[in-house]
Design a protein around this ligand. Sequence first.
Ligand SMILES: Nc1nc2c(c(=O)[nH]1)N[C@H]1C(S)=C(S)[C@@H](COP(=O)(O)O)O[C@H]1N2
Ligand SMILES: [Mo]
Length: 545
Amino acid sequence: MADLRLRVVAGIVSAGVALGVAELLAAFFGADLAPMNAIGATVIDHTPDGVREWAISTFGTNDKAVLYICMGLVAVLVAGLAGAIERTTRAAGSAVLAIFGVVAAIVVAARTSAAGALPTIIGVAVGIYALRVLTRRIDAADAATEQAATETRGVTTGFGDKTGKPAPTPASPRAGCTADPARTERAAAKPERRQVLQGLLVVGGLAVVTGVGGRLLGARRHDVSGERAAVELPQPSAPETPIAPGADLRVPGLTPYLTANEDFYRIDTALVVPQVSKDDWSLRIHGLVDREIRLTWADLANRPAVERLVTLACVSNPVGGDLIGNARWLGYRLDELLAEAGPHPDADMVLSHSTDGWTAGTPLSVLTDGRDALLAVGMNGEPLPVVHGYPARLVVPGLYGYVSATKWVTELEITRFDRATAYWTRRGWSALGPIKTGTRIDTPRPRGRIKQGRTTVAGVAWAQHRGIRAVEVQIDNGPWQTARLADEQSIDTWRQWVYDWDATPGPHTLRARSTDATGEVQTAERRDVVPDGATGHPSVTVQVS
Ligand SMILES: Nc1nc2c(c(=O)[nH]1)N[C@H]1C(S)=C(S)[C@@H](COP(=O)(O)O)O[C@H]1N2
Ligand SMILES: [Mo]
């Protein structure tokens, strides 16, 4: 069945060349035109919550790589099948490729424009052509083998193959030897077989060259990391006070007060990180406003910038999880920008849009109540890293990222909650997302083995824009004990805490809870992250010897 294998390979390399050609064309006209990117993005947009949660908790930040691998496997299966059923006289495999091509073209067109489907359509056309050519060669080789077999059995059919070419001369069995029929057949079909292998090699090579070349070229053409490195950030007019030494206790195993950019969690739906040049970027503020305004990167340079410490948190962060980080953000006050546009009195929502179509719905009241909500351009003294929204994003103290922290932001649409629904709200998450009071135990580690005696229990606590008043620790089911808090640098950031524990031998469970500055104690009730953030006390079990 070597034949079937060749057909399967023919299908795979043909689909490969289809995708490769589409990638190459997309490199010139935009990464979102590449069919795999568009299909992946569409899959992400339609993934049910349960699956999304499971993917994030199982694969973490590799969830997108896993999606690509899954799509690749499906593509290989379908393409292999298409190759297996294609014949010169019956283009069933081509039909399969065409159907997938049409679906992919529709998906790309829906995300971009009708013309955006062209790379996909051209790619699929090339792929189908490749499959036709390869299948014709395989059929010819098949016929030649068949004929050689017939001839070795002493029956001459007398006609050539279906293409009308004369039948190949069968190699005569060597004199004096008993002919091995199978071997003779293979020898007979040799030129045809060589043609098949050559064809597979050429098409496969073309698939790799166009695919890899397209990816590299696309990355090179659109990559903004070079221009980012050359960006000069504005000087903040009112720099954030230096971080008080007492805000960062520097306890071994405890999360540092400031999160380095490389260590900052990343959550977004972008399969391909948007590459937005600051020179093409602008922010349009429109909708229910007196004056629509549009700000370019150059316009920002004339405005006063501020620097603020804000702890960002993801609504998908489970109790004890690490989808939270604290950074020094440099940017422009949103209340000032909004005031210039003049929101109408009936407006109550700012729907922020990113270049990749993602949206967040933020209460207008939150953005104008005096808190340090920013259009941020800098993170910890650097331009925003590309994955964190270069050239500009929103940062709003006190709200989960899904309702506020739009990266690659280009539009603030002033609207109403009863008119507009943001990305995650459409998918079952709450329209409002104030951050819930949270606590995490960083040390000792879960299931850790520690020695008896004095042990430092430490972690972080947060209640952004309300502030943390107290953290308490409970050993097993004992009384709640007050932990020592680090200095409060800002009510918009998390606060470290430490508790000295005299550990006694045996297994122990440690729990922690916080009280925010309004006096509300963090609830023990365990709730899942959907629809508006997890609740419950974090706990860590250790073995003391
Ligand atoms: N464009 C865009 N912005 C986005 C998102 C997204 O999917 N797309 N995700 C949001 C969510 S859910 C969170 S928690 C924060 C995370 O920001 P970070 O990746 O910089 O930590 O970004 C927000 N901004
Ligand atoms: Mo999030």
